[in-house]
Design a protein around this ligand. Sequence first.
Ligand code: PEP
Ligand code: MG
Length: 548
Amino acid sequence: MELHGIGVGRGIAAGPLKRMPEPLAEPTDVARTTDADTEIAAAREALTAVGAWLRDRGIAAGGEAKDVLDAQALMAGDPALAKDIVARINAGKTAERAVFDAFASFQKLLEGMGGYMGERAADLADVAQRVIARLRGVAAPGVPESDQPFILVAQDLAPADTALLDFTKVLGLITRDGGPTSHTAILARSKSIPAIVGVVGADTLTEDTVLVVNAGTNTVIVDASDADVADALLRREAWLAASNAPITDGALKDGHLVPLLANLGSATEAADAIALGAEGVGLFRTEFLFLDAQSAPTVAHQEEQYTALLEAFPGKKVVVRALDAGADKPLSFLNDAHEENPALGLRGLRALRVSEHILRDQLTALVNAQNKTTADLWVMAPMVADAEESDYFVDLARELGINVAGVMAEVPSLALMAEQVMVKSDFVSIGTNDLTQYTMAADRMLGSVASYQDPWHPAVLRLIKQLGDAGALLDTPVGVCGEAAADANLAIVLVGLGATTLSMTPAALADVRAALLTVTLAEAQALAAKALTGRTAAEARVLGTASF
Ligand code: PEP
Ligand code: MG
């Protein structure tokens, strides 16, 4: 039997299944017999103890896990939650039930926000479980113990669970819930563990069943035969060798170069990206300079930040994006008007054009940094609709002294007008996150329509092909800097559609580098052509994935 889900990376693992213990039973909603003060004191003690435990676990785990566990400790200590729990106890609930209900209502709030925030709801649920276990005097659901390496199957993994896992024993991860931005996916990527999330039927699997997890093909073989396991182990060897291969420049099997670049949000992330083999920066998000500010940062302050970034990449390409405010990145001094649909509102280049002095200041700071460093600075505008807007930006950037000016392709209209845009624009960089949101008319922040946010959709691939074709015709570089470039299988298809560079979160570089080396340009083009014939994202994913 085979099960299917969304593979994270291209890893392969084979081994026996161990299941994460099921969550605690829901506390019964009986009338309280003890007095309120006793229950309130018990609830407060449990919240404090769980908060302290999470913080200790964070210190022990370190790294990214510490940030997540600290955030969970803050949830346990949240005064609004405590207030809600006290109110519920005073209204007649037991401490256990009050904790359960209060956390559930906060969780609903987060889920309503969708996307990244929605997926943090699972973190809150995990804190609730630990507090209720403490109140009950039982152990919180823990991680399975085993002397032998195993494949961990869970409903979803909470950060506190993952901080306790012995990663020398975990061969692979399978979850029933969770999407590409869930903790399980983030963890699997950062630890290079083969994982498949959103596996329908994962909850029917029984303990010790032998599984083969192939993240690259999105499949789980259940009750794998000896031959299946032997085959998987061979493939695993090849995958491990490829992942640990020396860092080389991004290229296909036939030597066709595809520079692999990093998406960065601040200059401090540069060193890690370089260590992982980033050949430059494909997207530098400048919002961090603006988002917490009451007014636009000065030219001098911006110049300092851009110079620090460019100095980290001497002689290398660095693509900086002009301020992308609006919708998921609101900024009151640029646009404080109430908008019914901010994703369709005055955002990105549209907002900068209205407040041109902010754009001029940013470009001036970039020119100054460009002129005192040796990095090859490219500057691009976000949320550009057509050639008129693109020409406006490119003209202004050149007038102020920027050497290379281009635009992002995030709005379908820009992809449809690609040839006109490329008459003047020096390059185009495809932002697949927004391009998917606008092509599918599905808010990328909204959990209820998250299934539409899939860049494998053939409608999105067709627009990318149009951009790739125009780039080839007009000799204009076409990069990809959305999340899609970090999906190793999709990365191959993107190159087949005409992408000339790929930019991604640095953690994905090794996997994408290894994947590109498995195909020639002709093979990548054939896979892209097949993916384009799919009727749905799921079909395109199957058609466009190389069997290896
Ligand atoms: C995108 O939209 O794909 C993109 C890279 O930009 P952001 O995710 O910052 O909107
Ligand atoms: Mg975008």
